[in-house]
Structure formats: structure tokens, C-alpha cells
Unconditional design. Structure first.
Length: 91
């Protein structure tokens, strides 16, 4: 089940970063593909989606998504909210 796979990916990521928080700066991030490599391309081909985008998922954005409260309502002036608003306008 996809949700169980997602939980496993997140748990592995958390375990691998324990103790490394002090060593890693905010500018250093690791790309985690929670749906696997090539998932975006498969979906775009399957559903005929012409343009697809990758959006970095910050801890705050993930927490807001999990709670059901849109990130841009809690942080309307953040750079990330600005990007989400720009993306929404282009659709």
C-alpha cells in the first residue's frame, strides 16, 4: 500500500538523520523521492499532463498538510507561500 511505503521512507529518513542535525546546515538538503524515481513522469504520461513540477517539502509544510491546515494560511507572507500562490495563478 502506497501510504505504508511512504511511512517507511519517512521513518528511514528520520533514522538516518538522527544525530546528524548538528552536522548539516540549513542550506544542505537531501532530495527524497517519496513516491520513487520516475513517478512524476509516469503520471504525466498516464494522464497526459503536459507540465509537472517538483516542490520542496519543508517540515512546516508537511506538518500543515498532515493537520489539514493549508500552509499559506498559517504563513501567508513566507517565500514558500508566494511560490504556491504563483503556481496557483498559472493553472
Amino acid at each position: 500500500m502506497l501510504s505504508e511505503d511512504l511511512v517507511q521512507v519517512v521513518m528511514k529518513q528520520l533514522e538516518s538523520t538522527k544525530g546528524n542535525d548538528s552536522e548539516q546546515s540549513d542550506d544542505e538538503t537531501e532530495k527524497v523521492q517519496i513516491f520513487g524515481s520516475g513517478h512524476k513522469q509516469r503520471l504525466s504520461e498516464q494522464y497526459g499532463i503536459e507540465h509537472t513540477f517538483s516542490v520542496p517539502l519543508l517540515d512546516r509544510i508537511a506538518a500543515n498538510g498532515d493537520s489539514g491546515q493549508p500552509f499559506i494560511l498559517d504563513y501567508p507572507d513566507s517565500p514558500q507561500a508566494f511560490i504556491y500562490k504563483q503556481l496557483a495563478k498559472s493553472v
